[in-house]
Structure formats: structure tokens, C-alpha cells
Design a protein around this ligand. Structure first.
Ligand code: E4P
Length: 217
């Protein structure tokens, strides 16, 4: 499973990249607003930091403006992926961009039928939002399972990018259900390494090692 970092905070991306844990990055207008930075400038900086795909989202709702925005974003760097809304205009833009060989990420997917349309439109990635479904007392993981089954039945190449991940458990469940990618907030990625027994074991090893009086170096 590939890990994308779900943030527009460059220092967080740099830190995780140094651990070798970053296969790509996703941003959205809310994350850009949170960064407090210029959109195109921050996308350029992220694209210089990671070699993998970096999703940058269009802001308009109509096809023509979406295409114009996609052109501007694509020119920033070769690893920019155009993030498009799951609307009819967004799907039309997805088809046009895919036909031109431009990578796309169709976002705000909450139903298997929407994912089916995105695959038919040639999307590189489909982003089902797990956490936001869970917020409504639905099970976001059911959606991943349904999309996996449909895509496998028809051999669609669109990759399932599990989004709106809020917990370590979301990551594990999405991996078990066969999501190709998970886009994860930095704090959740770091939390995946935590286990009480790992910490307890290390404390004991440290004490026992100190008692030997030895040094490896
Ligand atoms: C990523 O592509 C999405 O924009 C993001 O995961 C949404 O997460 P949220 O529902 O926690 O805002």
C-alpha cells in the first residue's frame, strides 16, 4: 500500500520524507487555507520535496474554468496530479485530462456508483472519504470494499486512494480491504509506529544494557 501525506505543511512532508514514508502528497483547499500560504508556491515547494504524485485541487465548479485551472496547475511541475470534484463537470474534465495523459484524482467520493463513473472517466485515483462517512454513523470501509469489488470485476486501472483517514485503525482496515493508497495526516502516520509493548520492551533493554557496562562504539 502506498502512503500519501494529507497536508500542505511542507515541514511535515520533509520530516516524513526523511523517514522514507512518503510515496506522494494530497492537498485540498481547506489544507491550503490552513497552511496560510500561496497555493501555487506551496505546491511547487512540495513537488520539489517529493518525487511522487502531488494532488492539487481545482477551485471552480464548471468544466471550462476547471480545464483552465488544470492547465495552470499542471505547469507547476511534472508530478502534479489534478484533483477534480466528483460532479458531471469534474468527470468531463477528468476524461479530457486523462486523454491528454494528465494524471487525475477524483475527490469527494461517497458512493460506489460515483467511483464507477470516475473509473469510466479514466481517473488515475478515486478518493473515497472514509472519515466523513464514519462521521454520519456509516461505515466508510464498506465503500472501500464495494469499490475494490467493482474495480476488480472490470479490471479498472483507477487506484483506490482511501481519504479522510483519521485513525491508525482506518489505515489498517483500508490496507486489509485492498485500497491501493491511503492519504494520511502526518500525526496519524507517525502514530502507526507506536505500541506500548515496544516502549516497555525498549525501557527494559536499555536498563539491562546499561547494567552490562558495555559500549558498541
Ligand atoms: C484528501 O484527499 C482529502 O481531501 C482529505 O483526506 C479529507 O480529509 P478530512 O475529511 O479529514 O477533511
Amino acid at each position: 500500500m502506498k502512503f500519501f501525506v494529507d497536508t500542505a505543511i511542507v515541514s511535515d512532508i520533509v520530516e516524513l520524507n526523511d523517514y522514507g514514508l512518503v510515496d506522494g502528497v494530497t492537498t485540498n483547499p481547506s489544507l491550503i487555507a490552513k497552511s496560510g500560504r500561496d497555493f501555487k508556491e506551496v505546491i511547487a515547494e512540495i513537488c520539489n520535496t517529493v518525487s511522487g504524485p502531488v494532488s492539487a485541487e481545482v477551485a471552480s465548479m464548471d468544466f471550462d474554468t476547471m480545464m483552465a485551472e488544470a492547465g495552470c496547475l499542471s505547469r507547476i511541475a511534472p508530478n502534479v496530479v489534478i484533483k477534480l470534484p466528483l460532479t458531471l463537470d469534474g468527470l468531463k474534465a477528468c476524461r479530457k485530462l486523462s486523454d491528454k495523459g494528465i494524471k487525475t484524482n477524483v475527490t469527494l467520493c461517497f458512493a460506489a456508483n460515483q467511483a464507477l463513473l470516475a473509473a469510466k472517466a479514466g481517473a488515475t485515483y478515486i478518493s473515497p472519504f472514509i472519515g466523513r462517512l464514519d462521521d454520519l454513523n456509516l461505515d466508510g470501509m464498506d465503500l472501500i470494499r464495494e469499490i475494490r469489488a467493482i474495480y476488480d470485476s472490470y479490471d479498472f486501472k483507477t487506484e483506490i486512494l482511501a481519504a479522510s483517514i483519521r485513525t491508525a485503525n482506518h489505515v489498517k482496515e483500508a490496507a486489509k480491504e485492498g485500497a491501493d493508497v491511503a492519504t494520511i495526516p502526518p500525526a496519524v502516520i507517525k502514530s502507526l509506529a507506536n505500541h506500548t509493548l515496544t516502549n516497555k520492551g525498549l525501557d527494559q533493554f536499555a536498563k539491562d544494557w546499561e547494567a552490562t557496562g558495555q559500549s558498541i562504539l
